[in-house]
Design a protein. Structure first.
Ligand code: PNS
Length: 165
């Protein structure tokens, strides 16, 4: 069984994430989408909400599992018996940080490889941060995220909107 981990914050997941995930699912027997619990990074959605959104929008993919983890990614990968970490590369600007992470992860556990995949061109400008900003400012995000994420974003932003005096 060739298993890979696709880790990330996924706050929220967008179409670029799903495109990379579909590509990874064709290369590996099983891909675990792993939502990182990072207490240092303020998130809009809880880890449970992110897991629920990813579960919903990957229902059609039979070799995908959604999980969350805290602590070191490579330790989680080892526990899961994974041989690879998947990361999406959108542009040259992603490369420096991704290279640093992949080299450090390989230093920590040399047998786990990082595999970089590029998303479909139409998704190269997408990021969770920019999707949240558009949603927050009242813009339409339905071209950028799966339907369940668009609904969750709307609900989250309504529930967290400051009350009018
Ligand atoms: O979607 P993101 O925010 O770019 O994902 C970054 C993530 C979660 C993959 C990275 O921060 C991570 O691996 N966190 C787990 C902690 C860890 O292993 N840190 C050492 C990385 S070299």
């Amino acid at each position: 069984m060739r298993r890979a981990i696709y880790p990330g914050s996924f706050d929220p997941p967008h179409n670029g994430h799903l495109d990379v995930l579909r590509r990874a699912a064709r290369l590996f027997d099983e891909v675990i989408v792993a939502v990182a619990l990072n207490e240092q990074k303020a998130a809009l959605f809880t880890v449970e909400e992110r897991v629920a959104m990813l579960t919903e929008c990957t229902r059609d993919l039979t070799n995908i599992r959604v999980a969350s983890f805290h602590g070191l990614l490579v330790e989680f990968a080892r526990e899961q018996g994974a041989i690879a970490l998947i990361r999406g590369l959108r542009a040259v600007s992603d490369f420096e940080f991704e290279l640093q992470m992949s080299l450090m992860n390989r230093k920590l556990i040399p047998t786990i490889e990082t595999v970089f995949l590029t998303p479909i061109e139409q998704s190269t400008y997408l990021s969770s941060r920019i999707v949240k900003e558009i949603a927050l400012l009242g813009g339409a995000v339905s071209d950028f995220v799966p339907a369940c994420v668009a609904v969750a974003l709307k609900a989250k932003l309504q529930s967290s909107a400051p009350r009018q005096p």
